[in-house]
Design a protein around this ligand. Structure first.
Ligand code: 3PG
Length: 205
């Protein structure tokens, strides 16, 4: 089992893709998610407080697995590794970033949406990739079609997935978890509605 799959052992098979509006919501948010059984989280570099949040969460909640998302270049990769990110998620495939993460033995999940990118990922030694944007890329049908050709490759689909479609993805034997922003809607983050966020996490399979 790959290190990323090991992270998921003690969590529900859903990973919130989080755009944190402010540092102060980081701890109550992950506590609400953890209370609902979700203990692997992706903090995306889409907001100013993301790096500080990764460092804070890694320090204050060592029992959770905090990864970094929307990592697009070497500088960002170094910054999130310094902040303590336990895994890296990229929107696309950049083999230089893959190699840099592999050098320090941190799992990296690049986004792919074609067989060509899957070949590159496989030949780079990866066993798990993000399918992004999953729904646009063909969703469950794409993942199922790839299984015959890339039987060892596992998928972490994100992009356009909702509470109503997530089970279809999880039913695929080659899907290790599904991700998305539906777990932490911007409106609930803004309202700091930790009860509703805990409930969404708790409803996940
Ligand atoms: C991602 O970065 O994985 C996606 O932006 C999440 O997609 P969603 O907002 O459609 O869930």
């Amino acid at each position: 089992m790959s290190p990323f799959q090991q992270f998921l052992q003690r969590s529900k098979k859903v990973v919130p893709v989080i755009a944190l509006p402010s540092l102060e919501v980081a701890l109550p948010l992950v506590d609400a998610l953890a209370a609902g059984g979700v203990t692997v989280v992706e903090i995306t570099l889409r907001t100013d407080c993301a790096l500080d949040a990764i460092a804070l969460l890694t320090r204050e909640r060592p029992q959770l697995v905090v990864g970094a998302g929307t990592v697009k270049n070497a500088q960002q990769l170094q910054a999130v590794l310094s902040a303590g990110a336990r895994f890296i998620v990229c929107p696309g495939l950049d083999l230089r970033l893959v190699e840099a993460a592999q050098k320090v033995s941190v799992p990296i999940l690049p986004g792919i949406m074609t067989p060509t990118e899957l070949m590159q990922a496989e030949n780079a030694g990866l066993d798990t990739v993000k399918l992004f944007p999953a729904t646009l890329a063909g969703g469950v049908e794409f993942i199922t079609a790839m299984q015959a050709v890339f039987p060892a490759m596992k998928f972490f689909p994100t992009g356009g997935i909702s509470e109503t479609t997530l089970q279809d993805f999880l039913n695929c034997g080659n899907v290790v978890c599904v991700g998305g922003s539906w777990l932490t809607p911007a409106k609930l983050l803004q309202q700091q509605d930790w009860i509703k966020i805990r409930e969404i996490a708790a409803r996940c399979p």
